[in-house]
Design a binder for this molecule. Structure first.
Ligand SMILES: NC(=O)c1ccc[n+]([C@@H]2O[C@H](COP(=O)([O-])OP(=O)(O)OC[C@H]3O[C@@H](n4cnc5c(N)ncnc54)[C@H](O)[C@@H]3O)[C@@H](O)[C@H]2O)c1
Length: 284
């Protein structure tokens, strides 16, 4: 799908890959970029950068919208604000957080990560798809994670919610793919961003992946190298052109997913070994 001339909305646009997507969309000729974030100031800063012509390509139209995407009314207001720039052609449902731990993580933390990492995508689909369907087409990107295809050592809430996000993206692609709706699901491994700080802000200190507890999780993700947010955004925007469903900025993830499907017991044994190795490293 063409980016040029389209209005694009990005949630979580103030930081990390969301910010890079906003700047990249402007550079690639989007008619308007809607920078949505719960971080009001951060979103305003990114919109101002775009309007000032960050990247040297001249100013582009951008607006900042403050929204908590876990609230349906906020998502509805976001889409209404975006439509002031024109019909929404591309929507990047990207905001997300991470919570450390397993079943023992608090109900509040489980509820918050579920609301942001899963329910927000449902609100987005519910709000934006009717207009896209009426216009005969549109593009919806859901940012999941390689954790949604494999797992996330050290974080059951992240693994579970990202698997749910992948399942939703697949379902939407199957159900609306013949009606002009293109769905992509972004599943990167580690890239540089503010994810831990953002999650700390959203959840409070006690739910945090304390750096020492989290080193296993980030080391797992870093096995195949840590990309930058710009690299992940560029891979995502390139994939729009080819209307690719699964976007894997770390290509090895495809091999890991195949191995997992081929022999689940072997894959689980391998992951246990990796966990043991990484927790050994963390204690050393
Ligand atoms: N960084 C990684 O290694 C990595 C790997 C795989 C997937 N991801 C996913 O990429 C996406 C973007 O994260 P990032 O790594 O760029 O992190 P980030 O923290 O830099 O950016 C996320 C943005 O989302 C915003 N946000 C959080 N909750 C929100 C809410 N309720 N409503 C609106 N905005 C909200 C934050 O304020 C922040 O600006 C997330 O879905 C994350 O799970 C990240």
């Amino acid at each position: 799908m063409e980016i040029t001339g389209k209005v694009a909305v990005v949630t979580g646009g103030a930081s990390g890959v969301g910010r890079a997507l906003c700047l990249g969309l402007a550079d690639r000729g989007a008619a308007g970029v809607v920078v949505c974030d719960i971080d009001r100031e951060g979103a305003a800063k990114v919109a101002a950068e775009i309007e000032a012509g960050q990247g040297g390509t001249g100013g582009h139209r951008a607006i900042a919208v403050h929204a908590d995407v876990s609230k349906e009314a906020d998502v509805q207001a976001l889409v209404a604000s975006a439509e002031a720039l024109g019909p929404v052609g591309l929507f990047f449902s990207n905001a997300g957080i991470i919570v450390a731990g397993g079943p023992e993580a608090s109900d509040e933390a489980w509820a918050r990560i579920w609301a942001i990492n899963v329910q927000s995508h449902i609100y987005v689909a519910r709000t934006v798809l009717p207009g896209m369907l009426a216009r005969g087409g549109g593009y919806l990107e859901i940012t999941a994670s390689a954790a949604g295809l494999l797992t996330q050592l050290g974080s059951a809430p992240y693994a579970v919610t990202k698997h749910a996000a992948v399942a939703l993206a697949e379902w939407l692609a199957i159900t609306y793919g013949d009606q002009g709706i293109v769905v992509s699901c972004l599943c990167p491994q580690a890239f540089t961003s503010n994810l831990l700080n953002t999650s700390r802000r959203e959840l409070g200190e006690e739910e945090l992946p304390a750096a020492e507890d989290w080193s296993g999780g980030s080391a797992q993700a870093a096995v195949d190298g840590v990309l930058t947010s710009d690299q992940v955004a560029a891979a995502t925007l390139d994939a729009i052109g080819t209307e690719q469903f699964l976007i894997l900025p770390h290509p090895d993830v495809a091999t890991y997913e195949r191995r997992r499907a081929d022999d689940r017991a072997r894959w689980l044994r391998g992951m246990r070994r990796m966990q043991a190795r990484l927790s050994g490293q963390a204690q050393a």
